[in-house]
Design a binder for this molecule. Sequence first.
Ligand SMILES: C[S@@+](CC[C@H](N)C(=O)[O-])C[C@H]1O[C@@H](n2cnc3c(N)ncnc32)[C@H](O)[C@@H]1O
Length: 219
Amino acid sequence: MKLLDLYCCQGGATRGYQAAGFHVTGVDLDDQPRYCGDDFWQSDALGFLTVHRDWILAEIDFIHASPPCQFDSDCQRIMDNEHPDLIEPTREALDDLGLPYVIENVRGALPKLKGPVELCGLMFGMTRTYRHRYFEAGGWVLPQPHHPKHEAPQAKMGRPPRDGEFIQAVGNFSGVRLVRTDWGVDWMNRDGIREAIPPAYSQYVAEQFLAWRAIGDAA
Ligand SMILES: C[S@@+](CC[C@H](N)C(=O)[O-])C[C@H]1O[C@@H](n2cnc3c(N)ncnc32)[C@H](O)[C@@H]1O
């Protein structure tokens, strides 16, 4: 199975798809020397979909897209920073291609996501991470897993996590080594981690997609 990871950064999502057996091609506007995928193109994501349309339709089974979330994050809004909103243009381009996809984003983008499924580190046995992220499935159905109750406190932003506290991997957070262990992302630096989803999330998406496809093939 072959997958396109749009807005791939250092490859948090990519690694989960690889763990489920996918060959992953990443696309990012910036060079990503730490990217962990199988192939990489430095390009604008939407331009890539247009220019390589025939290749994508011939070769790719599934598309993951994590448009940059700064537009929807609270701190950026407070600072009045301007970032392009790429969620809707990305959905339009993916619907036009007609391949199954997920669009992943942060809580601030929830009003723009259709039928989002919420994923949390507790769903995957992670011991220091909540990190809620939201997934819109296009052309297939992604089930919502049970969400265990949060018991542990989160470390306050800007100070190292104490024993038993969960980590908030945002901004210039402390605890890069803890995150690398909890998420299984030993190739990433702080810049990559703060942008990433834990690979367990995309591995779940991949496994659900494969199960959905198997049911379709059997019918
Ligand atoms: C939130 S990060 C993606 C994180 C990734 N899904 C992961 O799990 O590691 C968004 C990425 O989009 C890239 N980006 C921003 N604008 C872009 C564009 N127009 N085309 C392609 N990539 C873009 C940024 O360089 C950044 O690496």
